[in-house]
Ligand binder design. Sequence first.
Ligand SMILES: Nc1ncnc2c1ncn2[C@@H]1O[C@H](COP(=O)(O)OP(=O)(O)OP(=O)(O)O)[C@@H](O)[C@H]1O
Ligand SMILES: [Mg+2]
Length: 289
Amino acid sequence: MSKATEDIDFETDPEDLPERDDSTAELGAPSVVVHDLHVTYRVFGSKRQPVGGSRLKRLVAKGSAYAGAVTEVRAVRGVSFVAHHGESIGIIGTNGSGKSTLLRAVAGLHPPTQGSVYISGVPSLLGVNAALVKQLSGERNIIIGGLALGLSREEIEERFDDIVDFAGIGDAVQLPMSAYSSGMAARLRFAISTAAVPDVLMIDEALATGDAAFRKRSKARIEEIRHAAGTVFFVSHSLASVRAMCTRAIWLDQGVIRADGPVDEIADMYAQYVKELHSAGKDDRDAAQ
Ligand SMILES: Nc1ncnc2c1ncn2[C@@H]1O[C@H](COP(=O)(O)OP(=O)(O)OP(=O)(O)O)[C@@H](O)[C@H]1O
Ligand SMILES: [Mg+2]
């Protein structure tokens, strides 16, 4: 299977997911405006290794070749879009296309190299990098996460049981998060991040590890946020989840927006592209044999 095809999770059964609710199709005012956004990473000491020669020779050469070498990775290259209150937007694209970088830049976690991001309200980035502390118990992390969301101690106490129930982690809430399975950790992160209705919620792959029941619960929570006029960004390799959760999709390719529009239209285009990539890869291999 080609790399790009592996990217898409064809396993998720759309039957698992409830019908999308398009009832709030009327859009509110703009909530996020991204204008000509560029994000460039600078990687130090990353000069390509000299090819050829013995491994030892290359190692010796490495010291001098690497000194002061800087490679620039242009992860996002001139992205512009406007998101509205009440909209949920799926971000799709193959590995390394810039999805996580774009979300981190919109959340203000990574400074843009060029361009600007205007955001009305407070963004909450939920993803593999959410600022929870692995060594601490689920309980402690609920408190830290709640405080980070701007909840008071009392509000956190009030919502504590709901958060644990939603995450479905039971007594494991007493254990350090380092002892959680990736699914449990992702569920807790989602439950914490949505304990206060955020203005802008960003979810990066976090739901991929949830089971069908959890996906249904999180889908309902996302609808709630949308109805409360929030904006949801949802990065996922599961096209079925994107179709079920989002009203609109943005397809990123090598840091550039390849298409932006109604979710079904864009998801169809992307699926077709990946299929073509896959069969082209197969043809290459066939030809090589
Ligand atoms: N911290 C970093 N330092 C240097 N380069 C990075 C860094 N993070 C990402 N990149 C590069 O930026 C590009 C975009 O990466 P990004 O993680 O945004 O892609 P993605 O679409 O989220 O991929 P995936 O589907 O695998 O999660 C890639 O070429 C990646 O190698
Ligand atoms: Mg990513």
